[in-house]
Design a protein around this ligand. Structure first.
Ligand SMILES: Cc1cc2nc3c(=O)[nH]c(=O)nc-3n(C[C@H](O)[C@H](O)[C@H](O)COP(=O)(O)O)c2cc1C
Length: 206
Protein backbone atom coordinates (compact mmCIF):
# COMPACT_ATOMS: atom_id res chain seq x y z
CA UNK A 1 0.00 0.00 0.00
CA UNK A 2 3.07 2.25 -0.04
CA UNK A 3 2.49 5.16 -2.38
CA UNK A 4 -1.30 5.01 -2.15
CA UNK A 5 -3.28 8.23 -1.96
CA UNK A 6 -3.94 9.68 1.50
CA UNK A 7 -7.67 8.87 1.14
CA UNK A 8 -6.99 5.14 0.50
CA UNK A 9 -8.06 3.90 3.94
CA UNK A 10 -9.81 7.02 5.19
CA UNK A 11 -13.58 7.53 4.74
CA UNK A 12 -13.44 11.26 5.53
CA UNK A 13 -10.66 11.92 3.07
CA UNK A 14 -12.42 9.75 0.47
CA UNK A 15 -15.63 11.78 0.56
CA UNK A 16 -13.56 14.96 0.52
CA UNK A 17 -11.88 13.68 -2.65
CA UNK A 18 -15.29 12.78 -4.14
CA UNK A 19 -16.46 16.32 -3.44
CA UNK A 20 -13.32 17.78 -5.04
CA UNK A 21 -13.84 15.72 -8.22
CA UNK A 22 -17.54 16.64 -8.48
CA UNK A 23 -16.94 20.35 -7.91
CA UNK A 24 -14.12 20.32 -10.47
CA UNK A 25 -16.71 19.12 -13.01
CA UNK A 26 -18.61 22.38 -12.76
CA UNK A 27 -15.46 24.52 -12.69
CA UNK A 28 -13.52 23.06 -15.60
CA UNK A 29 -14.58 21.68 -18.95
CA UNK A 30 -11.43 19.53 -18.86
CA UNK A 31 -12.51 17.70 -15.70
CA UNK A 32 -13.99 14.20 -16.08
CA UNK A 33 -16.97 15.20 -13.96
CA UNK A 34 -17.85 17.94 -16.47
CA UNK A 35 -19.94 15.44 -18.45
CA UNK A 36 -21.55 12.88 -16.16
CA UNK A 37 -24.12 10.32 -17.22
CA UNK A 38 -27.57 11.19 -15.88
CA UNK A 39 -30.07 8.33 -15.60
CA UNK A 40 -33.84 8.54 -15.26
CA UNK A 41 -36.62 5.94 -15.32
CA UNK A 42 -38.66 5.79 -18.52
CA UNK A 43 -42.45 5.52 -18.56
CA UNK A 44 -42.12 1.75 -19.24
CA UNK A 45 -39.90 1.37 -16.16
CA UNK A 46 -36.67 0.95 -18.08
CA UNK A 47 -33.57 3.02 -17.30
CA UNK A 48 -32.63 5.81 -19.68
CA UNK A 49 -29.19 7.43 -19.63
CA UNK A 50 -27.57 10.37 -21.33
CA UNK A 51 -24.46 12.51 -21.03
CA UNK A 52 -25.13 16.02 -19.68
CA UNK A 53 -22.87 18.95 -18.90
CA UNK A 54 -22.54 19.67 -15.21
CA UNK A 55 -23.21 23.41 -14.77
CA UNK A 56 -23.12 23.98 -11.03
CA UNK A 57 -22.57 22.12 -7.76
CA UNK A 58 -23.94 23.17 -4.37
CA UNK A 59 -22.31 20.68 -2.01
CA UNK A 60 -24.15 21.99 1.09
CA UNK A 61 -27.49 21.39 -0.63
CA UNK A 62 -26.22 18.16 -2.30
CA UNK A 63 -27.49 19.60 -5.55
CA UNK A 64 -26.15 19.45 -9.11
CA UNK A 65 -27.54 21.70 -11.85
CA UNK A 66 -27.91 20.73 -15.49
CA UNK A 67 -29.45 22.57 -18.45
CA UNK A 68 -31.72 20.98 -20.98
CA UNK A 69 -34.43 21.41 -23.60
CA UNK A 70 -37.82 21.62 -21.89
CA UNK A 71 -39.31 19.37 -24.59
CA UNK A 72 -36.87 16.49 -24.05
CA UNK A 73 -37.92 12.96 -23.09
CA UNK A 74 -36.03 13.03 -19.80
CA UNK A 75 -38.42 15.70 -18.54
CA UNK A 76 -41.41 13.48 -19.28
CA UNK A 77 -39.61 10.72 -17.37
CA UNK A 78 -39.03 12.97 -14.37
CA UNK A 79 -42.60 14.26 -14.32
CA UNK A 80 -43.74 10.67 -13.74
CA UNK A 81 -40.86 9.50 -11.58
CA UNK A 82 -38.36 11.92 -10.06
CA UNK A 83 -35.86 9.15 -9.25
CA UNK A 84 -32.52 9.82 -10.91
CA UNK A 85 -28.89 8.91 -10.63
CA UNK A 86 -25.65 10.44 -11.81
CA UNK A 87 -22.53 8.51 -12.79
CA UNK A 88 -19.04 9.96 -12.99
CA UNK A 89 -15.84 8.17 -13.90
CA UNK A 90 -12.52 9.95 -13.69
CA UNK A 91 -9.96 7.75 -15.49
CA UNK A 92 -6.91 9.59 -14.18
CA UNK A 93 -7.34 8.70 -10.48
CA UNK A 94 -9.54 5.70 -11.50
CA UNK A 95 -12.48 6.77 -9.36
CA UNK A 96 -16.13 5.97 -10.09
CA UNK A 97 -18.84 7.93 -8.29
CA UNK A 98 -22.52 6.91 -8.24
CA UNK A 99 -24.94 9.49 -6.90
CA UNK A 100 -28.55 8.50 -6.17
CA UNK A 101 -31.42 10.87 -5.58
CA UNK A 102 -34.15 12.72 -7.39
CA UNK A 103 -34.45 15.54 -9.86
CA UNK A 104 -36.85 18.39 -10.40
CA UNK A 105 -37.19 20.68 -13.39
CA UNK A 106 -37.65 24.44 -13.32
CA UNK A 107 -38.91 26.52 -16.24
CA UNK A 108 -39.19 29.75 -14.26
CA UNK A 109 -38.03 31.27 -10.99
CA UNK A 110 -34.82 32.76 -9.63
CA UNK A 111 -32.55 29.77 -10.31
CA UNK A 112 -33.94 29.47 -13.85
CA UNK A 113 -33.43 33.21 -14.52
CA UNK A 114 -29.86 33.12 -13.19
CA UNK A 115 -28.97 30.07 -15.31
CA UNK A 116 -30.40 31.69 -18.44
CA UNK A 117 -28.55 34.96 -17.79
CA UNK A 118 -25.26 33.12 -17.19
CA UNK A 119 -25.48 31.26 -20.52
CA UNK A 120 -23.93 32.66 -23.67
CA UNK A 121 -26.06 33.19 -26.77
CA UNK A 122 -24.06 30.45 -28.43
CA UNK A 123 -24.97 27.98 -25.65
CA UNK A 124 -28.60 29.16 -25.74
CA UNK A 125 -28.78 28.65 -29.49
CA UNK A 126 -29.68 24.94 -29.23
CA UNK A 127 -32.96 25.95 -27.58
CA UNK A 128 -34.01 27.60 -30.85
CA UNK A 129 -34.50 24.12 -32.33
CA UNK A 130 -37.84 23.95 -34.09
CA UNK A 131 -38.73 20.41 -33.08
CA UNK A 132 -38.54 18.60 -29.80
CA UNK A 133 -35.35 16.54 -29.31
CA UNK A 134 -35.86 12.95 -30.42
CA UNK A 135 -38.68 13.65 -32.92
CA UNK A 136 -38.47 11.54 -36.10
CA UNK A 137 -37.51 13.76 -39.06
CA UNK A 138 -37.47 13.12 -42.81
CA UNK A 139 -33.97 14.53 -43.43
CA UNK A 140 -30.73 14.74 -41.42
CA UNK A 141 -30.90 18.01 -39.50
CA UNK A 142 -29.35 20.09 -36.73
CA UNK A 143 -32.92 20.99 -35.79
CA UNK A 144 -31.96 24.69 -35.84
CA UNK A 145 -33.68 27.21 -38.10
CA UNK A 146 -31.57 27.79 -41.22
CA UNK A 147 -30.95 31.47 -40.46
CA UNK A 148 -28.99 30.69 -37.28
CA UNK A 149 -26.90 27.76 -38.50
CA UNK A 150 -23.18 28.56 -38.30
CA UNK A 151 -23.57 31.80 -36.38
CA UNK A 152 -24.29 33.17 -32.94
CA UNK A 153 -27.76 34.75 -32.53
CA UNK A 154 -28.03 38.25 -31.03
CA UNK A 155 -30.06 39.05 -27.91
CA UNK A 156 -33.30 39.75 -29.79
CA UNK A 157 -32.98 36.61 -31.90
CA UNK A 158 -32.31 34.36 -28.91
CA UNK A 159 -35.25 35.59 -26.80
CA UNK A 160 -37.80 32.97 -28.03
CA UNK A 161 -35.37 30.16 -27.09
CA UNK A 162 -36.05 30.86 -23.41
CA UNK A 163 -39.41 29.09 -23.74
CA UNK A 164 -37.57 25.85 -24.56
CA UNK A 165 -34.97 26.16 -21.81
CA UNK A 166 -35.15 24.28 -18.51
CA UNK A 167 -32.89 23.59 -15.57
CA UNK A 168 -32.70 20.19 -13.97
CA UNK A 169 -31.77 20.17 -10.28
CA UNK A 170 -30.56 16.81 -9.03
CA UNK A 171 -30.40 16.30 -5.26
CA UNK A 172 -28.55 13.23 -4.02
CA UNK A 173 -28.94 11.37 -0.74
CA UNK A 174 -26.43 8.59 -1.45
CA UNK A 175 -22.90 8.71 -2.82
CA UNK A 176 -20.99 5.59 -3.73
CA UNK A 177 -17.25 5.53 -4.30
CA UNK A 178 -15.08 2.98 -6.11
CA UNK A 179 -11.32 3.54 -6.26
CA UNK A 180 -9.36 1.17 -8.45
CA UNK A 181 -5.86 0.55 -7.11
CA UNK A 182 -3.17 -2.05 -7.71
CA UNK A 183 -2.81 -2.49 -3.96
CA UNK A 184 -6.49 -3.45 -3.76
CA UNK A 185 -9.63 -1.57 -4.70
CA UNK A 186 -11.63 0.45 -2.22
CA UNK A 187 -15.41 0.86 -2.22
CA UNK A 188 -17.50 2.98 0.11
CA UNK A 189 -20.97 4.47 0.36
CA UNK A 190 -22.23 7.48 2.25
CA UNK A 191 -25.91 8.05 3.00
CA UNK A 192 -27.20 11.48 3.94
CA UNK A 193 -28.39 11.46 7.55
CA UNK A 194 -30.91 14.30 7.71
CA UNK A 195 -31.25 14.15 11.51
CA UNK A 196 -27.49 14.59 11.93
CA UNK A 197 -27.26 16.80 8.81
CA UNK A 198 -24.17 14.86 7.82
CA UNK A 199 -22.97 12.03 5.65
CA UNK A 200 -22.80 8.58 7.22
CA UNK A 201 -20.24 6.39 5.48
CA UNK A 202 -19.32 2.71 5.35
CA UNK A 203 -16.71 0.69 3.53
CA UNK A 204 -18.11 -1.92 1.14
CA UNK A 205 -16.52 -4.98 -0.38
CA UNK A 206 -15.46 -3.91 -3.87
C1 LIG B 1 -20.71 15.73 -24.50
C2 LIG B 1 -22.21 15.82 -24.47
C3 LIG B 1 -22.80 16.80 -23.70
C4 LIG B 1 -24.19 16.90 -23.63
N1 LIG B 1 -24.74 17.86 -22.82
C5 LIG B 1 -26.09 17.92 -22.67
C6 LIG B 1 -26.68 18.82 -21.74
O1 LIG B 1 -26.00 19.57 -21.03
N2 LIG B 1 -28.03 18.82 -21.64
C7 LIG B 1 -28.82 17.98 -22.37
O2 LIG B 1 -30.04 18.02 -22.22
N3 LIG B 1 -28.29 17.10 -23.26
C8 LIG B 1 -26.94 17.05 -23.42
N4 LIG B 1 -26.38 16.16 -24.31
C9 LIG B 1 -27.28 15.34 -25.15
C10 LIG B 1 -27.83 14.19 -24.31
O3 LIG B 1 -26.83 13.21 -24.12
C11 LIG B 1 -29.08 13.55 -24.94
O4 LIG B 1 -28.77 13.07 -26.22
C12 LIG B 1 -30.23 14.54 -25.04
O5 LIG B 1 -30.34 15.32 -23.87
C13 LIG B 1 -31.57 13.83 -25.29
O6 LIG B 1 -31.81 12.98 -24.21
P1 LIG B 1 -33.29 12.47 -23.82
O7 LIG B 1 -33.96 12.12 -25.14
O8 LIG B 1 -33.04 11.29 -22.97
O9 LIG B 1 -34.00 13.60 -23.13
C14 LIG B 1 -25.00 16.02 -24.38
C15 LIG B 1 -24.39 15.02 -25.14
C16 LIG B 1 -23.03 14.93 -25.18
C17 LIG B 1 -22.41 13.84 -26.01
Amino acid sequence: MTGEAAFYNDLHLSIAEARRLIEAGADSRHAAAHHPVVATIGSDGSPSQRVMILRHVDWQKRCLRFHTDARSTKLEDLAKNSTASVLIYDPEPKIQLRLSGSAIVHREGAAFDAAWHQSTNFARRCYLAEQAPGIVVAQPTSGLPEWVEGRQPDDAEIAPARDNFAILLFTFHSLEWLYLANSGHRRARWQWDSAAADWCGNWLAP
